[in-house]
Design a protein around this ligand. Structure first.
Ligand SMILES: [Ca+2]
Ligand SMILES: [Ca+2]
Ligand SMILES: [Ca+2]
Length: 327
């Protein structure tokens, strides 16, 4: 191969890389691509080592994640720790934070591009939206965990971007693994985090979406926050919510805000169910199809509990519903 040919190929590769980068920039969401997000393994921010997450751990914000990706670790980041009280299991915390257990990693992230994950309430245009998604069966969000929830939020974020709506997207698992009560710990953290955003940005509206155990998490968040913030909650979307083996608040449901309860009955092990309440719209999505191997793809087959969150048609119906309700 001649030198000129090599140079030509190298130039073509450079051009391709440039194009790929351009395409990546076209998606202003950090959801589609790992690792464009501020990931946090929450139990490892126990700065004073007392096996409790609370205000004391936020005394030095330099030790906290840059949640809003503005390049500073300051009071705006510390606010997510101020006011919480989450007791941890010392042994599990040690195992998680020394990475003795390789399956455990971040259970929370704030998506962002190269820009800060913030919104501007003084900008003209429609009201910004916080997209909060909770996955089920999550132990490490820096791998492919919660791929379905991530993809659904990505679709929502793109649909909003087309309509000139600013968004912040946050994804969590259903639990903080080292919490004394792992699922209760995430209920506490996520409710407080969402409230922190709503208080920081008076213009911000909220969309909650949860799959599987994540449906229980978002129902808890909605139930706790709707007395004060109902007018700002667009809706809650449960995707095949199940509470089997969930040790936490399985009895709270939103009472005021609209609940879009999507479920399937094809799965003989785990499946959602209709929920009877005036504020609830039930959709039996058993007739929809999803990739056989979930986020790993495969041929289209009727959805089950682990593939309903990867179904393109379910995702599209959620996007249509949320956009229509956003007014
Ligand atoms: Ca502490
Ligand atoms: Ca920051
Ligand atoms: Ca899935």
């Amino acid at each position: 191969m001649g030198t000129r040919r090599i140079v030509k190929i190298a130039a073509a590769i450079t051009l391709l890389a440039g194009l790929t980068a351009l395409v990546a920039c076209g998606s202003e969401t950090g959801l589609a691509k790992l690792p464009d997000a501020t990931f946090a393994q929450l139990e490892c921010y126990d700065a004073n080592g007392d096996h409790v997450l609370n205000d004391a751990d936020a005394a030095d914000p330099a030790k906290l994640p840059d949640f809003d990706n503005n390049g500073k670790h300051d009071a705006a980041d510390a606010a997510f720790f101020n006011g919480i009280d989450i007791p941890l299991n010392a042994q599990t915390q040690n195992e998680a934070c020394t990475h003795a257990n390789k399956d455990w990693g971040p259970e929370y992230f704030v998506a962002h591009s190269s820009k800060p994950a913030t919104v501007d309430c003084n900008a003209s245009g429609p009201q910004p939206v916080l997209l909060y998604g909770a996955g089920g069966g999550v132990s490490n969000l820096s791998k492919r965990d919660a791929a379905g929830v991530r993809s659904m939020l990505d679709g929502l974020q793109k649909a909003y971007a087309k309509r000139n709506v600013q968004t912040i997207a946050v994804v969590s698992g259903e639990s903080i693994i080292a919490g004394q009560q792992p699922q209760v710990a995430m209920e506490t953290w996520s409710t407080h985090a969402v409230q922190t955003y709503l208080d920081r940005y008076p213009c911000l509206r909220l969309l909650l979406l949860g799959h599987s155990h994540g449906g229980v998490t978002v129902n808890h968040i909605a139930a706790l926050l709707e007395p004060q913030y109902a007018a700002r909650i667009i809706e809650v979307v449960d995707v095949d919510r199940v509470d089997v083996l969930y040790v936490g608040d399985t009895t709270s449901w939103p009472q005021q805000v609209h609940l879009f309860n999507i479920y399937e009955t094809n799965d003989d092990k785990l499946k959602g169910a209709p929920h009877d309440a005036a504020n609830t719209e039930n959709w039996d999505a058993s007739g929809e199809k999803g990739p056989k191997n979930g986020d790993q793809g495969g041929s289209l087959e009727p959805v089950d509990h682990t593939t309903i969150d990867n179904s393109a048609s379910v995702k599209q119906r959620i996007i249509d519903d949320v956009i229509q309700r956003s007014g």
